[in-house]
Design a protein. Structure first.
Length: 293
């Protein structure tokens, strides 16, 4: 009977876990809807701004803007966008792994010299790199509490200021790109200096003719900082939507697994209960037969 009690306790425990995972799935689904709307609304603007800037900046020299200056990559800053909470499958582990691979493959000498710094957006990446004694700059975990362009711009302005002052020669951005609830793609791209468009983009944008007022230089001078802020903000929105999608998928799978485990436990409980009843009946019959004899 002790075995039956143990199985009953396990059934009760798994049932409680299943209710929690089901509730978390529903919460993530509701948050995912809002996060998806935010990133879907921003993407057309961000893409068009990037395309416009690529077209205008083709005729500019590298020294025309401090954010276009190519320098020897001695000091590297990697912006890692993760989440504040876990229970989202491999969401955080994958983005950290991608950032580590980027550093190991592109900047091994800078890492060995201690010239790689981290800006972590999200508690999971913050804790990971602090435990491993990286140079983690600032604490940006509160951004998700009030995620908007103004708050994200404060982080971007700090990064841009560091680049202009020569604290960093190159800034890399690593985040999850949201496609749908079940699919997120890891992206590692250069944020600063602003990368020049490739040949295909040049051909595509070469046919566009703009009437510029007051001047191309003044417009680009305002567009480049704004574009950098928009690109980082888009990365954070992408990561936020990806997090809720990953958590919803993980909790859905956990709920299914709990259901399968409950079936197995109930079967085991019924088998143990039937065996106990059979044993009791056998003892009663044997006792009655002994008395009759």
């Amino acid at each position: 009977m002790a075995n039956l009690k143990e199985v009953r306790n396990r059934i009760k425990s798994v049932s409680s876990t299943q209710q929690i995972t089901k509730a978390m799935k529903m919460v993530s689904a509701a948050k995912l809807k809002r996060a998806t709307n935010a990133i879907v609304q921003l993407r057309p603007y961000a893409n068009k701004l990037k395309e416009l800037l690529a077209n205008l900046s083709q005729s500019l020299e590298d020294g025309s803007s401090p954010y276009l200056q190519e320098r020897e990559p001695v000091r590297i800053l990697v912006v890692v966008v993760s989440s504040n909470r876990g229970l989202a499958g491999a969401f955080n582990a994958n983005v950290i792994k991608t950032a580590n691979n980027l550093i190991a493959e592109k900047y091994p000498k800078q890492l060995a010299a201690g010239n790689v710094s981290i800006v972590a957006i999200g508690k999971k990446s913050q804790e990971y790199y602090e435990r491993r004694k990286y140079n983690v700059i600032g604490n940006n975990n509160d951004l998700y509490l009030d995620l908007n362009f103004e708050n994200a711009s404060k982080i971007t302005e700090s990064i841009m200021d560091g680049f202009v002052k020569g604290k960093y020669d190159r800034v890399e951005l690593v985040y999850n790109h949201f496609k749908n609830a079940a699919m997120q793609f890891l992206i590692a791209e250069q944020l600063l200096p602003v990368p020049k468009p490739d040949t295909k983009e040049q051909v595509k944008t070469a046919q566009v003719d703009y009437i510029l007022e007051p001047s191309q230089e003044e417009i680009v001078e305002q567009l480049i900082p704004k574009n950098i802020k928009i690109q980082l903000y888009r990365a954070v929105l992408d990561s936020n939507a990806s997090e809720h999608g990953a958590r919803m998928t993980a909790m859905d799978k956990a709920t299914e697994n709990a259901g399968e485990l409950l079936k197995a436990l109930k079967l085991s409980y019924n088998q143990a209960r039937q065996a106990a009843i059979t044993t009791e009946l056998t003892e009663i019959v044997s006792g009655a037969a002994a008395l009759a004899g």
